[in-house]
Design a protein around this ligand. Structure first.
Ligand code: GDP
Length: 445
């Protein structure tokens, strides 16, 4: 995510940190580097100017110059100002209304609106335990209504059907009535993609807004559009009072300018970012964590949060108990561990959140290859019977052949997996003898 910007700024940070003294000259040089990095990331010029001016003012202030580690103090300033630029504190969704809380979604066609409605439905269900109803007021493209039905079903939320023959206002009225009588906490309203210059379409969504009085009006924009995305959001905000922005496709090779300038240009915070095509690819937006990520300091908080979500506490405790009682770690346990890794959004999404120095190391390994290998291991274990997984040392030649055929691999792949597992098991044994309890205590802290 935002690789170029992050690499550039991480380099600047590294240089600044190393400076024992800050002089007018070296401070100037660093500010110049930061300015170039931001412009290359497609951040709007006035925003860049303002940002650099703020950092300069603070950098030349007494606190930094008198600090024992002026370089570090300056990095701290850049970090805080970056977070400030993106809105400071995280902006959360508001539910301060009689249920259902209505969320109206707007955006250009192809921005990722419908996908985002599906992601949001899933996010609201899983993270906030909300009962969610979705409805499409896009009467111009029948396929859009079907698409929303599909993603809503995948998200496990309820869908209110509509047809292209209906009027958007009527659809919205009926959906709201249904949500009220069926005790939904949230009503997500998808709308047709439109351009701000299309007056008729803008009048339509303004009317929907007036009728529904949504507590949230979210504007969905594609981060790849850079400054254009931000200008579109500003134009919309003039007709339709937005409460926040969802920036999609941040997983692509977006230069990041939109993420940095949306708040400054529109006055509205980014509330979520889309980081993948799948319904799990949505993250709530935290300016401070994003600033850390951009400066190559990693986003350990999100990483830990994701790990906590992925780890099923009951099964983690069951495994700990099992090992404590002296039982052996077997392939059934191993399979479960592999599943948890997958649930954390795959290896590349994990690497994204690591500090730069670790990312560099991980970058040398081929993540795509590593993920394929993980899948292959899972496939092999899946072709074993439960009994075989419990006692892998009983897997002899004929069984190996059957397992290999089942998983579509060679017998030597099965052998390699068993050897790797052997190593892991002896490591587990050592931990069991000595430090497992100690390790678990350490992890909790
Ligand atoms: P709409 O016309 O605004 O409703 O856009 P769609 O929801 O149909 O999305 C358009 C395309 O963008 C689809 O191919 C989506 O899979 C893709 N998309 C949406 N959000 C993301 C995202 O966060 N990351 C990536 N890589 N693709 C996305």
């Amino acid at each position: 995510m935002l690789d170029n910007l992050s690499q550039r700024l991480a380099r600047v940070v590294k240089t600044i940190k190393g400076e024992a003294r800050l002089t007018e000259a070296n401070t100037q040089e660093m500010l110049r580097e930061i300015r170039i990095a931001l412009l290359e990331a497609d951040v709007a010029l006035p925003v860049v100017r303002d940002f650099v001016a703020k950092v300069r003012e603070k950098a030349l202030g007494q606190d930094v110059l008198q600090s024992l580690t002026p370089g570090q103090a300056l990095v701290g300033i850049v970090n805080r100002e970056l977070a400030e630029l993106m809105g400071g504190k995280a902006a959360e969704l508001s539910f301060a209304t009689q249920p259902p809380a209505i969320i109206l979604m707007a955006g250009l066609q192809g921005a990722g609106k419908t996908t985002t409605v599906g992601k949001l439905a899933k996010w609201l269900r899983e993270n906030l335990k909300k009962k969610v109803l979705t409805v499409s007021c896009d009467v111009y493209r029948p396929a859009a209504i079907e698409q929303l039905r599909t993603v809503t079903e995948q998200a496990g939320a309820d869908f209110f059907p509509s047809t292209p023959q209906q009027k958007p206002a009527d659809i919205a009225r009926d959906a709201l009535q249904w949500a009220k009588t069926h005790y939904h906490d949230v009503l997500l309203v998808d709308t047709a993609g439109r351009l701000a210059i299309d007056e008729q379409m803008m009048a339509e969504i303004a009317q929907l807004h007036a009728q529904l009085k949504p507590i949230e009006t979210l504007f969905v924009v594609d981060a790849m559009q850079g400054q254009d995305a931000v200008n579109t959001a500003r134009a919309f905000n003039e007709t339709l009072p937005l409460t926040g922005v969802v920036l999609t496709k941040l997983d692509g090779d977006s230069r990041g300018g939109a993420a940095l300038s949306v708040k400054a240009i529109t006055g509205k915070p980014i509330k979520f970012v889309g980081v993948g095509e799948k319904l799990t690819g949505l993250e709530s937006f935290h300016p401070e964590r994003m600033a850390n990520r951009i400066l190559g300091m990693g986003d350990i908080v999100s990483l830990v949060e994701e790990a906590q979500k992925a780890v099923d506490e009951k099964s983690a405790k069951a495994l700990a108990d099992k090992l404590k009682s002296g039982s052996r770690f077997d392939l059934n346990d191993f399979l479960q561990q592999l599943g948890q890794m997958k649930r954390m959004g795959g290896l590349s999404s994990l690497v994204d959140k690591l500090p730069a120095q670790f990312q560099a190391a991980a970058g040398q390994a081929d993540m795509g290859k590593a993920e394929k290998e993980l899948k292959r291991m899972q496939g092999i274990i899946h072709s074993m019977t439960r009994a075989e997984r419990a006692k892998p040392d009983q897997i002899k030649a004929s069984r190996k052949r059957r397992i290999a055929t089942g998983a579509g691999v060679q017998v030597q792949d099965v052998n390699r997996l068993l050897a790797q597992f052997d190593q892991m098991q002896s490591m587990m044994k050592k931990m069991q003898k000595g430090g497992l309890a100690k390790m678990m205590r350490g992890m909790k802290g």
